[in-house]
Design a protein around this ligand. Structure first.
Ligand SMILES: Cc1cc2nc3c(=O)[nH]c(=O)nc-3n(C[C@H](O)[C@H](O)[C@H](O)COP(=O)(O)O)c2cc1C
Length: 191
């Protein structure tokens, strides 16, 4: 199998964000996969342009990373029943870079529904980019109970529970990522 590059996108800039320990946990799990390279794309660390939108406004290093990626994991919190606007703004900086690649969603919320509304709301945008989504999401509901805020990490119990769920999530993501990579490399687009 070729080495796959699957970065983890942390989709909020909020001070005190609990999506950060979730993203770090996911990053650690992906780092342990054989034949997978990863890195964290923290949208707070980007100098997001505010004077334009869409594919005309690019951050070259980000575009290179998005182009190099074979698939993506997006960690997205739920804000007022949807995803953060700055995540959308960041995603909109690229377009063709995402075409025919895979994406898995990790949703985060304070409430009991695990941020599923944020994940569902993101789907039309992912479709617009030609991204293929996997069926299983990882939903981190009641996230305050999952995070040991003193250490900025998931609790031991949460890690145990989510490691099991991550296995199925990652197996699906790897399957779709490999399949789409094969397709990109072996079939002319639209044939
Ligand atoms: C502007 C805003 C709106 C929010 N709306 C919701 C919501 O609709 N449902 C929910 O369960 N939690 C909501 N929350 C709480 C977040 O889901 C919570 O902060 C969680 O920890 C994930 O976001 P974080 O990474 O910013 O911490 C909201 C938080 C903010 C800052």
């Amino acid at each position: 199998m070729d080495t796959l590059f699957i970065p983890v996108i942390l989709g909020t800039v909020r001070q005190g964000r609990l999506s950060e320990p979730v993203a770090n946990f996911i990053l650690e799990q992906v780092q342990q996969q054989a034949d997978v390279e990863t890195e964290l794309i923290d949208i707070r660390a980007l100098s997001l342009p505010m004077d334009d939108a869409g594919p005309q406004a690019k951050i070259p290093a980000l575009s290179e990373t998005m182009l190099r990626a074979d698939g993506y994991i997006i960690v997205v919190p739920e804000y007022n029943h949807t995803y953060p606007g700055l995540l959308k703004h960041m995603l909109d900086l690229n377009r063709d870079e995402y075409l025919h690649k895979s994406v898995g969603l990790c949703t985060v919320s304070a409430g009991p529904f695990g941020g599923i509304r944020a994940g569902e709301a993101l789907l039309p945008t992912l479709k617009a980019f030609g991204l293929g989504t996997i069926v299983p999401d990882l939903n981190f509901g009641n996230v305050k109970t999952l995070v040991d805020e003193a250490f900025g990490k998931l609790t031991e119990d949460a890690q145990t529970a989510y490691k099991r769920r991550f296995g199925r999530f990652m197996a699906e993501l790897l399957w779709l990522t490999q399949t789409l990579k094969y397709g990109r490399e072996n079939f002319a687009q639209g044939s």
